[in-house]
Design a protein around this ligand. Structure first.
Ligand code: XIL
Length: 555
C-alpha cells in the first residue's frame, strides 16, 4: 500500500471512530425494556412476583416495574394466603401485588382459585356439600374483591386438574366432588366478575402430547356445555436436560382454534447446576422458542416468566441440584436468556456487539494420521447473547480455513491429511455472532498413517561447518517423495547427549530431550511431488566432542 493511500485510510478510520462515538450502536428502541417490545407486538411480558423482595428490595422492584407489563402473584393469591381459615380472608399480600401493578401500569393475572396444592387442611377435610360451597364462597370473595379493579384482568380458575398421564388428577377436589368441580368453579368465577378472563392452567401441556390432548378435549367439551372457559394457560416449566417440547406453536394454535385465548403462564428453564455458558446458550434458545411460538399465534396473549432473578426462584427448593432457571442471575445481571427474550420480542435484532474473551492456546492430543483432539481454556461472554461456541481455524496465510466448530472448549478435528503439519487457532463466538480475537497458534503434525506413500518425504542433513564445541547443519534437504502435494512437513533428528540447539532458520524447531522436531514455516510447507526445500540449524556440544547427528526422519 502506498504512503498516500495508507494516510487516507487513517483519516477514514478516524472518521469512523468519531462517528461510532457520536452515533449509539443500537437505537433506543432496540435496547428498550422487554415490556416496550412486547407491547409493540401486542403481547404482554410478565413476571411472577414474590411479596418479600417486593416489599424490601429496591432492585427487585425496579426491574419488575421497568421490564414487565404483566404480573402474577407467585403465592400471595393462593388459597392458603387468602383464606387460611374458613371465612377469614387476608388480602395483604394480594393487595401489595395489585398495588404495585397499578403503580407500574401492569395487568394482573390472578393465580389461583382452585388447586390441590397450597390449600389449607380445613378445605380438604370437608364433605361434598360443604366443599362445594366453600369453593364457591372462596371464588366469590377473592374474585369479587378485584372485580372492579382495572388492573386485575384474568384468573387461573382451576390449576393442574390432570395427572402426568392426562387422566383427571385424583386430588381431594376430584375425590370429593368428581370432575364437576371444574365447571362449577368457572361458573362461580364468572358470577363474581363478568369481565375477567377465566383460565385453566397446567404444566407439561406446552407441546403436543397425551396430556395436552386431554386438556384440549376437556376445554372443548366444557365450552360445548357453555362453561365459561375463555383461556388456557401453559405453565412452561422447562428443563434443558429434558429437551424442548415438540410443536409448541401448533399446540397453542389448536387451542386458539377452539376460540380460547392462550398464554404462557409460568415460564422458566432450569438446568442441572452448576450453570455454564453452554447451558446458558441452550436455555436462551428455549426461552426464544417459547416467545417466538407465542408471537406466532395471534390468540397468545403473552408470556409470564415465573420470577425474573435466580435470587428468588422456586426451582432450587423444588428440584434438587437444579437451578439458574430465570433471565437474571442472583445479582440482577441479565443472562443470555434475557437477551433471547428481548431480541425475540424486539423482532430478532441483536443488541450485543461485545465479543467473547479470547480463548487460550489450544493443546493437541491423540493426533492420528487424519484426526487430532484439541482443548483450550474457555472464553467468557458479557455482551448478553452468551457464549455460543468456538471456531477452529488453520493458520494458512491470507484466508484461514475453518477446520471445525464446537460448542465446548474442546474438539476432535477429523478429515485431516496424513503426515501434515497443522497450525491452528481458536476464536470464540457468541449468540449474536460476535467473534473473539484469535487464540495463540498451536502446531501439531498428523502421523504418516502407514509407511511411505502419498504423504511420504525424506530428509537428509549435511554438516556445513564445525568447530571444537559446535557445528552448523546446512542444508537439511526435505523432499516430497510421495505422489501428491504436501502442505506441511516435519523432520525429526536425535542429537547426541550434551548437544543443544542454539539457532535455526527456515523451520520452526522444538526440542524434547535430545529429539529435535523441525516443522515447516508458512512459506516452505507446500511441496509438489518430487519438490524439495531446505532448512538449517546450529548446535553447541561439549568441548572436544566430535559427534554430529544422523538418521533424519520426515513426515
Ligand atoms: C410455586 C411457587 O413458586 C413456590 O414459591 C411455592 O412454594 C410453590 O408453588 N405451578 C404453579 C405455581 O401453578 O403456583 C407453583 O408455584 C409452581 C408450579
Amino acid at each position: 500500500m502506498s504512503v498516500r493511500s495508507s494516510s487516507l485510510l487513517r483519516v477514514l478510520t478516524l472518521l469512523g471512530m468519531l462517528l461510532a462515538f457520536l452515533v449509539p450502536a443500537t437505537s433506543a428502541e432496540a435496547s428498550g425494556p422487554l415490556r416496550t417490545h412486547a407491547a409493540g407486538r401486542g403481547k404482554f411480558i410478565g413476571t411472577a412476583l414474590a411479596t418479600g423482595p417486593l416489599s424490601n428490595e429496591t432492585q427487585y422492584r425496579t426491574i419488575a416495574g421497568q421490564e414487565f407489563n404483566q404480573v402474577t402473584a407467585e403465592n400471595a393469591m393462593k388459597w392458603e394466603s387468602t383464606e387460611p381459615s374458613q371465612g377469614q380472608f387476608t388480602f395483604s399480600g394480594a393487595d401489595a401485588i395489585v398495588d404495585f401493578a397499578t403503580q407500574n401500569n401492569q395487568q394482573v393475572h390472578g393465580h389461583t382459585l382452585v388447586w390441590h396444592s397450597q390449600t389449607p387442611g380445613w378445605v380438604q377435610g370437608l364433605n361434598a356439600t360443604a366443599m362445594r360451597s366453600a369453593m364457591q364462597n372462596h371464588i366469590s370473595q377473592v374474585v369479587g374483591r378485584y372485580a372492579s379493579n382495572p388492573a386485575v384482568v384474568s384468573w387461573d380458575v382451576v390449576n393442574e386438574v390432570f395427572d402426568d398421564n392426562g387422566n383427571m388428577r385424583t386430588s381431594f377436589w376430584y375425590n370429593t366432588l368428581g370432575s364437576s368441580y371444574i365447571a362449577d368453579a368457572f361458573r362461580a368465577a364468572r358470577a363474581a366478575d363478568s369481565n375477567a378472563r377465566l383460565c385453566i392452567n397446567d404444566y407439561n401441556v406446552e407441546g403436543i402430547n397425551a396430556k395436552s390432548t386431554a386438556m384440549y378435549n376437556l376445554v372443548s367439551s366444557l365450552r360445548q356445555q357453555g362453561v365459561p372457559v375463555d383461556c388456557v394457560g401453559f405453565q412452561g416449566h422447562l428443563a434443558i436436560q429434558y429437551g424442548f417440547p415438540g410443536q409448541v406453536q401448533q399446540n397453542l394454535q389448536r387451542f386458539a382454534d377452539l376460540g380460547v385465548q392462550v398464554r404462557i403462564t409460568e415460564l422458566d428453564v432450569r438446568m442441572q447446576m452448576p450453570r455454564d455458558a453452554t447451558k446458558d446458550t441452550t436455555q436462551a434458545t428455549y426461552y426464544r422458542n417459547v416467545v417466538n411460538a407465542c408471537l406466532a399465534v395471534t390468540a397468545c396473549a403473552g408470556i409470564t416468566i415465573w420470577g425474573f432473578t435466580d435470587r428468588y426462584s422456586w426451582v432450587g427448593d423444588t428440584f434438587p441440584g437444579e437451578g439458574a432457571a430465570l433471565i437474571y442471575n442472583e445479582s440482577y445481571q441479565q443472562k443470555p436468556s434475557y437477551t433471547a427474550v428481548h431480541d425475540a420480542l424486539a423482532g430478532g435484532t441483536s443488541t450485543d456487539t461485545t465479543p467473547p474473551t479470547t480463548p487460550g492456546t489450544p493443546s493437541a492430543r491423540n493426533v492420528t494420521a487424519n484426526s487430532a483432539g484439541l482443548t483450550w481454556s474457555a472464553s467468557t461472554d458479557s455482551g448478553g447473547s452468551g457464549l455460543a461456541g468456538y471456531n477452529v481455524y488453520r493458520e494458512q496465510g491470507a484466508t484461514d480455513p475453518l477446520l471445525g466448530q464446537s460448542s465446548t472448549n474442546s474438539i476432535t478435528l477429523t478429515g485431516l491429511s496424513a503426515a501434515t503439519q497443522y497450525q491452528v487457532y481458536v476464536r470464540a463466538r457468541d449468540g449474536a455472532g460476535n467473534l473473539s480475537g484469535n487464540s495463540p497458534v498451536a502446531t501439531f503434525t498428523t502421523t504418516t498413517g502407514g509407511g511411505p506413500g502419498p504423504g511420504g518425504c525424506t530428509a537428509t542433513g549435511t554438516v556445513q561447518t564445525q568447530w571444537s564445541n559446535g557445528y552448523v547443519v546446512q542444508p537439511v534437504t526435505v523432499t516430497n517423495t510421495g505422489t501428491s502435494a504436501k502442505s506441511g512437513w516435519t523432520v525429526t533428528v536425535t542429537l547426541p547427549a550434551g548437544h543443544t540447539v542454539t539457532g535455526s532458520w527456515n523451520a520452526a524447531l522444538s526440542v524434547s530431550g535430545q529429539t529435535v522436531t523441525a516443522r515447516n514455516m508458512g512459506y516452505n510447507g507446500n511441496l509438489a511431488p518430487n519438490a524439495g526445500t531446505t532448512f538449517g540449524f546450529q548446535v553447541s556440544r561439549p568441548n572436544g566432542d566430535t559427534q554430529t547427528p544422523s538418521g533424519y526422519t520426515c513426515a
